[in-house]
Ligand binder design. Sequence first.
Ligand code: TYM
Length: 332
Amino acid sequence: MNRIFSGVQPTGNLHLGNYLGAIRNFVGLQNDYECIYCVVDLHAITVWQDPKELVGNTREVTAAFLAAGIDPKGSIIFNQSQVSAHAQLAWIFNCVSRLGWLNRMTQFKEKAGKHRETASVGLYAYPNLMAADIMAYKATHVPVGEDQKQHLELTRDIAQKFNTDFGVEFFPIVEPLIFGEATRVMSLRDGSKKMSKSDPSDQSRITFTDTADEISKKIRRAKTDPEELPSETDGLKERPEAANLVGIYAALSGQTSADVLQEFGGRGFGDFKPALADLAIEKLAPISDEMRKLMADPGHIDAVLADGAERARALTDPILREIHEIVGLISS
Ligand code: TYM
């Protein structure tokens, strides 16, 4: 059976990269897979979160899932901390995973930076929890943006080592699903940096809660070069900002970058940016309108999460029991 698991951190500033690289793909996969989509609040607290903001951000990601078109009945939507199997399996994986493996994780190096000594242990062990998220369901496929690739390789290593150590064929070796024209959306201010929730500049990203006016302004101010757009994708090679905007247009319009250049090749950003702004508003405004409506009824959102958590626990309970048996942990 093919089962999808993926997660999004409730750390605020949900942006176009999260949408095009992940959430939009989550929606499309619902027809072909059993899908479990998680708001990973335990991952969020690996760096400091204000408790009240965390509650709001968890509801906001849930609202984004719903507004983007994830069906809470057909798929499972819940927040990670309501299903204890995630943390329980993460501990077991802390004992399977190796320090050397975690030392290679580029995301930890980027996030901890020079402050390695004062980073939380949770931030360091983050990828083990991520592996547990996926393996608590024995999920087979994980849709993510490009930046999560290394974490999924670690998940595969952990699953493999567990199977070998205990002489079982228990965990599947998960397949990343990284697809679409925008697997790595870059900052609007700097084409060499990915669009991220934590960039200090709000101008670097388009968020789910931006108004039409804000979207339009951010795209108009996006960094570009003075050249016209090329008519073939080869011409984008040394032009990261242009490549990014063309990729965003392609992803939003359901075309390839080559298609977009056929239309816009030879034209300047003075033409292209307004077209991109119109398209982004057309695609994102209905989602942010729906999100605003959903956010006005937190009781409904919490009920969706509670229902999803109950259904998630029904999946993880028997799997965790089997894992305990394999490891030699007595359970009643
Ligand atoms: P997070 O919350 O940083 O991002 C959520 C999803 O958005 C994708 N993404 C991007 N895609 C394209 N361009 C970008 N600029 C961009 N920025 C983010 C991410 O790749 C991700 O798919 N560790 C994960 C959360 C997680 C998870 C999991 C994912 C926890 N457990 C289990 C999959 C399976 C994270 O921090 O995502």
